[in-house]
Design a protein around this ligand. Structure first.
Ligand code: ATP
Ligand code: MG
Ligand code: MG
Ligand code: MG
Length: 482
C-alpha cells in the first residue's frame, strides 16, 4: 500500500465513522504569538478545546502538515540519524469535541490498525497512564479496561506523566493519553523478548505510532483538577511511521515516498544509498529537509534572517552543507529535488504543484547565495577547529562562531553540527552575547539613518536582504512618520 493509499484509507475510515474530513491547516502559523509552526494536528482546533469557539462538526479527521524544529518539540538533531523522526511530517488525526470518548476512540484505533491495515496483533503494544499520586492525577483505569478487550494484558504498559499525560499549559484542559507502539523487529528477534515488554524508549525498532489523548480534566490555578463539562478526544498518528509498518520496512526512509526522493538524489549526486553511513545520513537529511523547506515556502514563509524565515534558512543551509561536504555537490541540487517532491506529493498537497516555480526559484537563489561563501566558511571553520585542538581545547569561542555566522552565513546550529562531528562544541552563551551586541549596533545605526522613518515591521525589512530581485513576493515595508 502506498503512502497515498494509506492516507486515503485513514480518512475514509473516519469518514465512515461520521467524521468530517477537513483540510490541513497551514504549517506556518501566522496568528498565534505562542507558536511559529504547526507541530500537531490539534493546533488548529485549540479554540474548540478551550471553549472559545463552537465547532461546526463534533467529529473531524485530517492529515496535518507538521514541523518540529523549534519550541516544545524540536526533533532536528534526530533527523537522518535515527530513522523515524522528521522535521516535517504528516500527522493523521481524528477528533471528538464533546462527542465520543475513550470507548469509541480505542476501539476504532484498533479496528483500523488490525482490521483495515491488518497489522498483526503480536506486533502491537499500548501504553496507558499509570497515575501520579503526588500530582493528584488518577490512573487511567477506564482505558486499561477497554484495551483488555483487544490486547493481552502484558502488552498494556503503564507509563508516566512525562509521556502519557497531556497538558496544554500550567492551567486548562488536560488528560491522560494512551499510545500505540509497533514492533518492527524481525520475527526471530521478537521471540527474544523473554517476557520483557518494549516500547520505543527501549528499542529503536519498537516505535510509537499513534497517540490518543483524552481531555477530561481542567487544571485550576491552585493545581487541582476538576472534570471538564465537555470531554474531547485528540489523536495523532505519524503517516510515515505507519507506512513503515504497512510496507514491511524498518526505516521511514525506505517507504515509497522517501525512496522516490532519495533515488532522485542518487541520480543528482551519483552516490548510492545504503552503501556507507555518512553518505546515507546526508541523503536522509536532504530528503527530509526539502519537504520542510518546500512546504514552508508554499505556506508563504520564505527563508529570511529573522523568526520563522530564519528557521527555514537554517534548515536549508543544513541540507546544502550535507550535500556540499558529504556528497561533493558544488551546484544547487535542492531546487531540483523540490521538483521531484511536487511530483510525489502534489496530489495530496496541490499547493506544491501550483507554486512549484516559486519554490524552485527561491530555493535556487538561496542555494546559490550560500554556495558562494560555503567553501570559504568551511575552510575557516576547519582552521578554527585545528587551532582549538592544537591548544588541547574542546570549545570554539563565541566570537569565532559569530564570525562564521556574520561573514559566512553559517547558522549557529550548522557550526555546532560541524563542531560536533569533530568532537568539539561551541560557547553558545558567548555567541548570543556577540549577536546581541550586533543587534544593538544596527539599532543605533537605523535610528541615525532613518531619522524621519519609523520601521514598524522590522522583521520584513530584514527579510529583504538578498532578495532584491524578488520584490514581488517579498515586501520591504517602511512607513513615513506622521
Ligand atoms: P516521539 O516520542 O517518537 O518523539 P512524540 O511522543 O513526541 O513522538 P506525539 O507528540 O505524541 O509524538 O505525536 C503523535 C504522533 O506523531 C507520534 O505518535 C508519531 O507517530 C508522530 N511523530 C511525532 N514526532 C514525529 C517526528 N518528528 N517525525 C515523524 N513522526 C512524528
Ligand atoms: Mg517527540
Ligand atoms: Mg513519545
Ligand atoms: Mg507521543
Amino acid at each position: 500500500m502506498t503512502v497515498s493509499e494509506i492516507r486515503s484509507q485513514f480518512l475514509s475510515f473516519f469518514e465512515s465513522k461520521g467524521h468530517k474530513i477537513v483540510p490541513s491547516a497551514p504549517m506556518v502559523v501566522k496568528n498565534d504569538p505562542t507558536l511559529m509552526f504547526t507541530n500537531a494536528g490539534m493546533n488548529q482546533f485549540k479554540d474548540f478545546i478551550l471553549g472559545n469557539a463552537v465547532p461546526d462538526n463534533r467529529r473531524v479527521a485530517n492529515s496535518q502538515k507538521c514541523l518540529r524544529v523549534s519550541g516544545k518539540h524540536n526533533d532536528l538533531e534526530e533527523v537522518g540519524v535515527d530513522t523515524y523522526h522528521h522535521t516535517m511530517f504528516e500527522m493523521l488525526g481524528n477528533w471528538s469535541f464533546g462527542d465520543y470518548f475513550k470507548e469509541e476512540a480505542i476501539s476504532w484505533a484498533w479496528e483500523l490498525l488490525t482490521g483495515v491495515y491488518k497489522i498483526p496483533v503480536d506486533r502491537l503494544y499500548v501504553t496507558v497512564f499509570q497515575g501520579d499520586e503526588a500530582d493528584g492525577v488518577p490512573v487511567d483505569a477506564e482505558s486499561i479496561e477497554i484495551w483488555k478487550k483487544y490486547i493481552a494484558a502484558d502488552r498494556i504498559i503503564p507509563a508516566s506523566k512525562k509521556d502519557n499525560f497531556w497538558e496544554m499549559g500550567d492551567t486548562g484542559p488536560c488528560g491522560p493519553c494512551t499510545e500505540i507502539h509497533v514492533d518492527l523487529r524481525s520475527d526471530s528477534d521478537r521471540n527474544k523478548i523473554d517476557g520483557k515488554t518494549l516500547v520505543n524508549a527501549d528499542h529503536p525498532q519498537v516505535i510509537e505510532i499513534w497517540n490518543n489523548v483524552f481531555m477530561e480534566f481542567n487544571r485550576m490555578a491552585n493545581g487541582s483538577l476538576v472534570l471538564l463539562p465537555e470531554k474531547h478526544v485528540d489523536t495523532g498518528m505519524g503517516l510515515e511511521r505507519l507506512a513503515v509498518a504497512l510496507q514491511g520496512k524498518t526505516s521511514n526512509y525506505d517507504i515509497d515516498l522517501f525512496q522516490s526522493l532519495i533515488q532522485k538524489m542518487e541520480t543528482i549526486s551519483d552516490v548510492k544509498y545504503g552503501v556507507n553511513e555518512p553518505t546515507d545520513i546526508a541523503l536522509r537529511v536532504i530528503a527530509d529537509h526539502v519537504r520542510a523547506i518546500a512546504f514552508s515556502i508554499t505556506d508563504g514563509q520564505l527563508p529570511s534572517n529573522t523568526g520563522a524565515g530564519y528557521v527555514i534558512r537554517r534548515i536549508l543551509r543544513r541540507a546544502v552543507r550535507y550535500g556540499y561536504q558529504t556528497l561533493n555537490l558544488k551546484e544547487p541540487f535542492l531546487c531540483e529535488l523540490s521538483t521531484k517532491l511536487a511530483d510525489v506529493m502534489g496530489d495530496a498537497f496541490p499547493e506544491l504543484r501550483a507554486q512549484q516555480e516559486l519554490v524552485y526559484k527561491v530555493i535556487k537563489e538561496e542555494e546559490l547565495s550560500f554556495f558562494r561563501t560555503l567553501e570559504q566558511g568551511i575552510k575557516r571553520i576547519e582552521m578554527l577547529m585545528q587551532n582549538v585542538k592544537s591548544k588541547g581545547e574542546l570549545i570554539i569561542s563565541g566570537s569565532d562562531a559569530f564570525e562564521l555566522y556574520d561573514t559566512y552565513g553559517f547558522p549557529l546550529d550548522l557550526t555546532s553540527l560541524i563542531a560536533r562531528e569533530n568532537g568539539l562544541s561551541i560557547d553558545e552563551k558567548a555567541f548570543e552575547t556577540e549577536l546581541n551586541k550586533q543587534k544593538d549596533r544596527s539599532r543605533a545605526a537605523t535610528a541615525l539613518e532613518t531619522d524621519d522613518w519609523v520601521i514598524l515591521r522590522e522583521d520584513t525589512v530584514e527579510e529583504f536582504i538578498g532578495y532584491d530581485h524578488l520584490v514581488t513576493t517579498v515586501h520591504l515595508v517602511k512607513y513615513r512618520k506622521v
